[in-house]
Design a protein around this ligand. Structure first.
Ligand SMILES: C[S@@+](CC[C@H](N)C(=O)[O-])C[C@H]1O[C@@H](n2cnc3c(N)ncnc32)[C@H](O)[C@@H]1O
Length: 350
């Protein structure tokens, strides 16, 4: 491998080890409780001991009335098997193999499992709950795909560097999902068409989130701290849940109080598109039937019964936006009197 490519890969992998906090998981999943009834949940980028996704579902198994919970770990994850040394107690972490954990209703029968301590005990002692994987635990490996096939809903925070592949696989296997990602992913050429086609949308509790990171992560000037135990944290301001589970926000109508016709000079047309500029979401007019350019934050308010999405500027993929985009054109950004306008989503009222 060329030196630069290896370095890039290492740098990307550095961005993959962000461990989700329990409160961020519960805050979002609270909006989807009925969807989990009698379902098989898979957390496929999750060390069963370390991951708060696994902890959340194991401790809420009865409350959510789950049918089965499966988690699988990845052998290159630095936390994998460091705490739950089930089989390879004496081996250093890099020599241990990844495993999957499967918990079914029987494991939660009676009052045996009350808190996470009991779950940990069950993981360690109950036969058949935890098994070694043959491969490396890559979510794309055949044995992990077999686990995916069993699942109804996939819930995790996948590696940022493999977000496109992760989503493509969920779509390919026609799975329901609730996954955490970066806001920037919205305009990836593989992701935006799915949003346009209403195959995926944003969750509810998007925004700033903090994550535990491994001890070898370098300190940073901003959005980085250590707690009293020395645990390192980083925060990211632009996190988003991506899902194909219905949520209440997606069904709320935006109240539109402004009028285009009473104030047309407030809404200039782009030089290069037959589209008006609406720089603030609260300014979306109630009476304009043509196409409007709105900030990407529109997706937080998007209700497909109220608006349709026609395209997106400055996405990686030009030319996919229903004829609005001319892939042969050099002009990527909308212009107003020659001045470039920041990333916009093109929408129309229904
Ligand atoms: C953003 S972290 C999140 C970890 C955990 N899901 C959580 O939310 O706390 C992504 C995890 O995926 C693991 N990972 C990286 N590449 C993977 C792959 N190809 N297949 C499965 N997991 C992978 C990383 O090692 C890392 O632990």
């Amino acid at each position: 491998m060329a030196k630069n490519t290896a370095l890039n890969k290492a740098a990307k992998a550095q961005e993959d080890e962000f461990y989700t906090e329990m409160r961020d998981i519960t805050d979002e999943i609270n909006f989807y409780v009925p969807f989990f009834h009698d379902k098989v949940v898979l957390c496929n980028c999750d060390d069963p001991y370390e991951s708060n996704f696994f902890k959340y579902f194991a401790s809420s198994f009865k409350f959510l009335k789950l049918k089965k919970l499966i988690a699988s770990s990845y052998d290159r994850s630095p936390v994998a098997q460091t705490q739950l040394s089930l089989f390879e107690e004496n081996k250093p972490p890099q020599e241990r193999t990844p495993y999957r954990a499967v918990m079914v209703e029987l494991d939660f029968e009676g009052d045996r499992i009350k808190g996470f301590q009991d779950i940990e005990h069950a993981l360690k002692t109950r036969e058949g709950v935890v098994k070694k994987l043959k491969g490396d635990g890559d979510f794309r490996s055949s044995e992990c795909i077999e686990l995916l096939k069993q699942a109804d809903i996939v819930v995790t925070n996948p590696p940022f560097s493999l977000f496109r592949e992760f989503v493509a696989q969920l779509i390919q296997y026609d799975k329901k999902f609730l996954i955490l990602g970066n806001h920037n992913a919205i305009t990836y050429k593989e992701i935006f068409p799915l949003i346009m086609q209403n195959k995926m949308w944003l969750g509810i509790t998007n925004g700033d989130k903090s994550f535990k990171v491994p001890s070898y992560y370098e300190p940073r000037a901003t959005r980085y701290w250590q707690d009293e135990s020395g645990q390192k944290y980083r925060s990211l301001g632009n996190m988003c849940w991506f899902t194909n589970l219905e949520n209440k926000k997606r069904n709320e109508e935006m109240l539109l109080v402004n009028s285009y016709y009473e104030n047309p000079e407030k809404y200039p047309k782009y030089d290069n598109y037959d589209v008006i500029e609406v720089g603030k979401l609260s300014d979306i007019p109630r009476d304009y039937d043509g196409v409007m350019g709105v900030p990407v934050t529109f997706l937080d308010k998007y209700n497909p019964k109220q608006f349709e999405i026609l395209g997106c500027t400055e996405s990686e993929g030009k030319g996919f936006s229903n004829g609005l985009w001319d892939p042969s054109s050099n002009v990527a950004q909308p212009l107003i009197r020659g001045k470039k306008i920041y990333k916009r989503i093109f929408i129309r009222r229904k």
